[in-house]
Design a protein around this ligand. Structure first.
Ligand code: GLN
Length: 452
């Protein structure tokens, strides 16, 4: 098969399936067809493991000449003049970008219902959400539209949709992957990561996108290992910690059972597990919403109607232009976060909210440091329940926020974590979350692969 044929086949799959799933916001067909023809000229001995394979990219990752909206009206018509570092790296690996994937507006949400354009459906049950905010990145892979995608994860946005859609999603260590060209939501939490159908593909894609980038001062100068080489199948003597907070209130009976069953599978291969505590977990949700919204309120101030995308019409002066553009351009959830963040950062409330949340963040990080000093990985569920129905939580932001209770603390700590499929509840997939030490994605992959 030629790369040209493969690319054509990918678009045929999208055409056949996307009417139901509604994952893609923009397709890159002309450019991808040209790229494929060029790739076909490259000699076989120069091709790496991902060469010629189709990939979808979340729409908050900028792509030169291909509309990038973050699923927001305020970026309608925005055509970036450069590629994100990860997109450059995909090209260097010979991958073919098929198109841009839907998301919750500016990555704020857990269901894709906050997109200004459409709600992506869960391929396992079209009346259910695919999760969020990288819901379409997970749904497109689960439906078989593309075998690979990139998502971003600020508080669970790769792992929770991977769990809901029955695919593999990795949030790497903070700093592992360059954020240059990722439209910032909360810069101290955001990470780009791979979503795939199996662990081997995931390891290969993470290796391809990782590494120090002079354009991102928070990217880490740490060696990028051959992650696929870690998939030895050997987990003899591996020490697993299971936090009691991860199997407590709110977690469904089937989810709890799926984790206990997974632990048995790992035990049978020579691993051992013990219950531990992450005592500050109960503060994670509040801490996250204060810090992420504060950072968002500052990051989103650049959308002023002058520099990018949408601009309101019929205004009398500059102030009115800002106000009208932002009022019309941002959706409700984004406005809610901007208000919350602006409030937390205000002179009268900064000490009580923002500063306090930063202090609690350190305590949460220390919980993980302590446990990971004694254990190789931490294991628990990715989400408390399987995918919920479209519309079920839209009126209730707090219930929606509580959905991320098991993924958010990992971003606050900065450690890496994966979600892999581990069973079903009423025919809907469930995810097992495996959390590792800083820059030790290899051990996570080794455990995930041994389980898979
Ligand atoms: N659902 C969480 C939020 O709405 C996490 C989003 C994300 O990881 N981008 O903030």
């Amino acid at each position: 098969i030629t790369i040209a044929d493969l690319t054509k086949e990918a678009y045929a799959r999208v055409e056949k399936l996307d009417g139901d799933v509604e994952a893609f916001l923009a397709l890159n067909k002309d450019k991808a067809t040209l790229t494929a023809a060029e790739l076909d000229q490259v000699p076989f001995e120069e091709r790496g493991p991902l060469f010629g394979l189709p990939i979808g990219v979340k729409d908050n990752i900028v792509t030169e000449g291909l509309e990038t909206t973050c699923a927001s009206k305020i970026l309608e018509g925005f055509n970036p003049i450069y590629d994100a570092t990860v997109v450059k790296k995909l090209r260097a690996a010979g991958m073919v970008t098929i198109g841009k994937l839907n998301m919750d507006e500016f990555a704020m949400g857990s269901s894709n219902e906050n997109s200004a354009y459409k709600t992506t459906k869960n391929p396992w049950a079209l009346d259910r959400v695919p999760g969020g905010s990288s819901g379409a990145s997970a749904a497109a892979v689960a439906a078989g539209e593309v075998p690979f995608s990139l998502g971003s994860d600020t508080g669970g946005s790769i792992r929770q949709p991977a769990s809901y859609c029955g695919v593999v999603g990795m949030k790497p260590t903070y700093g592992r992957v360059s954020r240059f060209g990722l439209v910032a939501f909360a810069s101290s939490l955001d990470q780009i990561g791979p979503i795939t159908r199996n662990v081997t593909d995931n390891a290969l894609l993470l290796e391809a996108i990782s590494g120090l980038d002079p354009h991102d001062s928070t990217s880490a100068d740490v060696e990028v290992p051959n992650f696929a080489a870690a998939l030895t199948g050997d987990i003899k003597g591996l020490r697993i910690a299971v936090p009691k907070e991860y199997l407590g209130e709110g977690v469904s009976v089937a989810v709890r059972q799926s984790v206990l069953d997974a632990l048995k599978v790992l035990e049978a291969q020579g691993a051992t597990w013990e219950e531990v505590s992450l005592p500050h977990s109960k503060y994670a949700l509040a801490t996250y919403y204060i810090l992420s919204s504060s950072e968002a309120s500052s990051n989103l101030s650049r959308f002023d109607g002058i520099r990018y995308g949408f601009r309101a019409e019929n205004v009398q002066n500059l102030m009115e232009l800002y106000k009208e553009t932002r009022s019309q351009g941002f959706g409700d959830e984004v406005k809610r976060r901007i208000m919350l963040g602006t409030y937390s950062l205000s002179a009268g409330t900064y000490d009580a909210y923002y500063k306090k949340a930063q202090q609690v963040r350190t305590l949460i990080k220390e919980d993980y440091d302590k446990v990971l000093a004694d254990y190789d990985v931490i294991v628990g569920p990715t989400a408390p329940t399987p995918a919920f129905k479209i519309g079920e939580n839209v009126e209730d932001p707090l219930t929606m926020y509580a959905n991320d209770i098991l993924t958010i603390p990992i971003n606050l700590a900065g450690v890496p974590a994966i979600s892999i499929p581990c069973g079903f509840e009423n025919g809907l997939p469930l995810g097992l979350q495996i959390i590792g030490n800083y820059f030790d994605e290899s051990t996570i992959y080794r455990v995930a692969h041994a389980y898979e």
